[in-house]
Structure formats: structure tokens, C-alpha cells
Design a protein around this ligand. Structure first.
Ligand code: CP
Length: 310
């Protein structure tokens, strides 16, 4: 049984196959409108979501399948104290594939140990968000045309931002990639990412505080919001939340072909005036999320039938 808990649970060739399938779906979505007929997706969301839950649900419906699920812990039996292990044992009887978002790091992994159906991690605490990474990679592939020879800037909350952790891990597998990590001191990338991902892969990176100084060198700027829900006290959040605000003045310092990505939701870190800049692709990115999740559902269900992922 294949589960997707971290971004590198797909080999590079499997990832290529996923992104190629997603691009084929973009070209001819009707070809796939019946691909998951009689299959059911369960969405178990113990934390709020707009894009991930709804794009997974749209993906399964686009494939001709059906969807069940809950959108908060309070509306499930977790509110009565049920463990995630028991929940997934039961949901395995109701659905063919399952997507889980949970505030506790490792919860989807624990679920996968007790599951009889594929489990996809839709975000676990401040840890990982692999399907956002697949979305980000499809965006980069489609709009930039390559993963190698890129300088990628990550800006904002690099400590709690799970989308950052997952994308760093995925991009570290490509040659000649360089990272510029732009954050206040309190929100720097966790040490384990440097020790387990960046250093062993010899990925060059620098940690800086100034977005203005870093932006002229970047091929991709990945903006993130400060993750209010992960802070222990509100004063720290209020002090840090507006450290970086990308506006037209800062965009004027960037390359003409730099792309601005953001996993969304945006709070204050990108001014609305940037939305009309052709380099701002975060809403296109959200759209790509449906196609890549269609491809992922198809591939995992195919593998359940004994067919290879590639
Ligand atoms: N990017 C993302 O995970 O958005 P949601 O929290 O709305 O799912």
C-alpha cells in the first residue's frame, strides 16, 4: 500500500510521471472524466482548509468519483476522543483513498500505519505538505520550464511554514539549485532541515533578513504568511506578522521573468497591487493544484490495482 506522507515519497521518475500526467489532464480534461468511476475519496480535515480540501474534492469529482469527509475535528468523533488510528480503520471500509490534514506533526503517518487504503498527507502541523509541493512543482514546470539552475527565495515564516519545508526537500534533488532563505531571526528554517536535507545534498543556501537585497538575484520568490495558529503567544505574532510585504516597489527590483509563488491563503504579505503583475502566479498555482491532485489520485488508485506508478 503506497502512502504519500512526505514529498520525496515519490521517486524522481514517479514525480516526472505525476507532473506529465497532470499536464496531459490540463490539455484534455475530458479524457479523464470517468477515470475514477465508482471510486470514493475521504477527506479527513482536522484543521481548516480552503484550497487543499476543495481542490481534492474537485479533483475526485472531475475524475467521475465521489467524496465523503469532514472539515473540522469538532464535526467528527475526534471531538469525543477517538484516535486517528481507529478513525482510519473505520474509514478504510468507507472509501478507496483518503486525504488527512491534522495539526499534529506525524498524524497522517500514524494513520497510514493502520490504513487499508492509500493515505495522502494534506498538511501535518508545521512539518510537511507534499501535495502543495506537487502543486508548486507543476507551477514551476509549466511556467518556468525547468527545476535545475534556479535561485529560489523563500520569504516569511520559514520556521512553521510546512509548504516551505516540503518544497525545499523536493527541490534539493535537482542540480544547480540555490536557496535564499529570507526571514526574521525568530522564524528561520529549522535546524533539522539544514542537517537532514540541505547539508547532505550539498545544496548552497544563505540566510538573510532583507527581501529588497535578495530579490534581484531570484528566479522564483516563494512568499509565505506568518503562521498565526502555530505561535505560542499573540504578541510575538503581532510583532512579526508584517515583517515582509511584497509591493510594486520591491517587484521593480526583481528580474523580468522572476515568478512569485505563494501557497495561499495570503494575509498581508503581498499587496493587492502585485496581483496584476504578470510575474504574480499564485492564483494560477492554486488552479494547478486541482490537476496535480487528479493525477495523484489516479496514480495511487492505479497502483492499488497492481499497476505501476510510472
Ligand atoms: N495552500 C493551502 O494549503 O491552502 P489551504 O490551507 O486553504 O488548504
Amino acid at each position: 500500500m503506497r502512502h504519500i506522507i512526505s514529498p520525496n515519497d515519490l521517486s524522481l521518475s514517479e514525480l516526472d510521471a505525476l507532473l506529465n500526467l497532470a499536464e496531459d489532464i490540463i490539455k484534455d480534461p475530458d479524457k479523464y472524466s470517468d477515470a475514477c468511476h465508482r471510486k470514493r475519496l475521504a477527506t479527513l480535515f482536522y484543521e481548516p482548509s480552503t484550497r487543499t480540501r476543495l481542490s481534492f474534492e474537485a479533483a475526485m469529482l472531475n475524475l467521475g468519483g465521489t467524496v465523503i469527509g469532514f472539515s473540522s475535528a469538532e464535526s467528527s468523533s475526534a471531538a469525543k476522543g477517538e484516535s486517528i488510528a481507529d478513525t482510519i480503520r473505520v474509514v478504510s471500509h468507507y472509501a478507496d483513498i483518503c486525504v488527512i490534514r491534522h495539526p499534529k506533526e506525524g498524524a497522517p503517518y500514524v494513520a497510514s500505519l493502520h490504513s487499508k487504503i492509500p493515505v495522502i498527507n494534506a498538511g501535518d502541523g508545521g512539518h510537511n505538505h507534499p501535495t502543495q509541493t506537487f502543486t508548486d512543482l507543476l507551477t514551476i514546470k509549466n511556467l518556468k520550464g525547468r527545476f535545475e539552475n534556479l535561485t529560489v527565495g523563500f520569504c516569511g515564516d520559514l520556521k512553521f511554514g510546512r509548504t516551505v519545508h516540503s518544497l525545499l526537500e523536493a527541490l534539493s534533488r535537482y542540480p544547480n539549485i540555490r536557496f535564499v532563505l529570507i526571514s526574521p531571526d525568530e522564524l528561520r528554517i529549522p535546524a533539522y532541515i539544514k542537517e537532514k536535507i540541505l547539508d547532505p545534498n550539498n545544496v548552497p543556501y544563505e540566510e538573510v533578513r532583507s527581501l529588497e537585497a535578495a530579490i534581484p538575484d531570484l528566479d522564483i520568490l516563494y512568499m509565505t504568511r506568518v503562521q498565526r495558529e502555530r505561535f505560542f503567544n499573540e504578541e510575538d505574532y503581532i510583532r512579526l506578522k508584517d515583517t515582509y510585504i511584497l509591493n510594486s516597489k520591491k517587484m521593480a527590483l526583481a528580474k523580468e521573468d522572476m515568478l512569485v509563488l505563494h501557497p495561499l491563503p495570503r494575509v498581508n504579505e503581498i499587496s493587492y497591487e502585485v496581483d496584476d503583475d504578470p510575474r504574480a502566479v499564485y492564483f494560477q498555482q492554486a488552479k494547478f493544484g486541482v490537476y496535480v491532485r487528479m493525477a495523484l489520485i489516479m496514480m495511487l488508485l492505479r497502483e492499488c490495482e497492481g499497476r505501476s506508478l510510472c
